[in-house]
Write a protein that binds this ligand. Structure first.
Ligand code: 5GP
Length: 347
């Protein structure tokens, strides 16, 4: 046993220090970024925010809505090949730049992935997603997919430490997904005791990936637009959002009405609800590592998007960043013990 006593921080432990700026208005700030991916060797331009590959968030409807604003959707892995072909055949081909196909690492996942991408070669990203990115089997899978799809941008994870980020980048990953346990409906930390505070994970993993020419996606734990600004400030190239994009019309969910208020269910992809829905139940050897919550129905996602982009744009003006790209260079975090004045309630 060993104890590391360096302090590791989450979003709640810091704020971004304001800096003198020549910017007159937030409308002068561009949130678009342009990347050239290390292995896929292709370019991408857009707002680097990704809807999570959860079946209540990463839907085809969400992809249609977010692509209009050049944001990406990691489409969940439970659509059939026929669903994919149908969606892509009546949709403008340019949507492919803003779609990631999610996949697990089982043998039949490869066949399904190959079929979707062969029929729809305009899709730019795939997202290889496992709860625990520390297994050799995962690395081997990533290498196989890189060989099979040399020109597709591969996003894969999740990990939280530099040495594993390096191994993934060297194995063919363009964008390493970072985050174990910070998610809004994740119970991994409670069930296993394993995790890493997300802000420190992002800082350390970004450093490791950038050193090799790779990128990272901060996945999980953003609760307000300010957290997104902090994750970009910490060095995240992309940010994945679950809870912040949940509860909208784009979620393909039934609305529950109670006492005149409207709600929808939101659940983790390893929750017993998700496992029952997609796998017929929780396998005997494992416990659920996700929970189910009832959240207020929030209508169309466009209002939420405006809040998110408005908040991040404003953060850029506070530190004098004309482009999102400059935000991290201009960020100084200060450690704090209190963030928000709650006199009128937590929100
Ligand atoms: P959020 O933005 O809601 O805080 O976090 C979203 C992320 O939580 C997802 O992208 C995914 O990485 C993670 N996640 C989703 N469902 C589960 C789950 O059931 N268990 C765990 N451990 N993580 C989950």
């Amino acid at each position: 046993m060993r104890i590391e006593s360096d302090l590791k921080l989450g979003f709640k432990d810091v704020m971004i220090r304001p800096k003198r700026s020549t910017l007159k208005s937030r409308s002068q700030v561009s949130l678009q970024r342009e990347f050239k991916f290390l292995h896929a060797n292709n370019n991408w331009q857009g707002i680097p925010i990704i809807a999570a590959n959860m079946d209540t968030v990463g839907t085809f409807e969400m992809a249609t809505a977010l692509a209009k604003n050049k944001l990406i959707t990691a489409v969940h892995k439970h659509y059939s090949i026929a669903d994919w072909n149908m969606f892509m055949s009546n949709t403008s081909k340019s949507i492919g730049d803003y779609i990631a196909i999610s996949t697990g690492i089982k043998p039949n996942d490869i066949e399904k992935l190959a079929s979707i991408i062969n029929s729809n070669p305009t899709i730019k990203f795939i997202c290889i997603d496992v709860a625990n990115g520390y297994s050799e089997h995962f690395i081997d899978f990533v290498k196989r997919i890189r060989e099979m799809l040399p020109k597709t941008t591969i996003m894969a994870g999740n990990v939280v430490t530099g040495e594993m980020v390096e191994e993934l980048v060297l194995s063919g990953v363009d964008v390493v997904k970072v985050g174990i346990g910070p998610g809004s409906v994740c119970t991994t930390r409670k069930m296993t005791g394993v995790g890493y505070p997300q802000l420190s994970a992002v800082i350390e993993c970004a450093d490791a990936s950038h050193g090799l020419g790779g990128l990272i996606c901060a996945d999980g734990g953003c609760t307000v637009p300010g957290d997104i600004a902090k994750a970009f400030g910490a060095g995240a190239d992309f940010i994945m959002l679950g809870g912040m994009l949940a509860g909208h019309d784009q979620a393909e969910q039934s609305i529950i009405e109670e006492d005149g208020e409207k709600y929808v269910a939101f659940y983790g992809m390893s929750s017993d609800v998700a496992m029952k829905k997609h796998k017929g139940g929780v396998a005997e050897y494992r416990a659920s590592e996700g929970k189910t919550v009832k959240i207020p129905y929030r209508g169309d996602v466009s209002g939420t998007l405006q809040d998110i982009t408005g908040g991040v744009r404003s953060a850029c003006t506070y530190v004098g960043a004309t482009q999102l790209k400059e935000l991290s260079k201009r960020t100084t975090f200060i450690r704090v013990t209190q963030q928000i004045n709650n006199i009128f309630g937590a929100s």
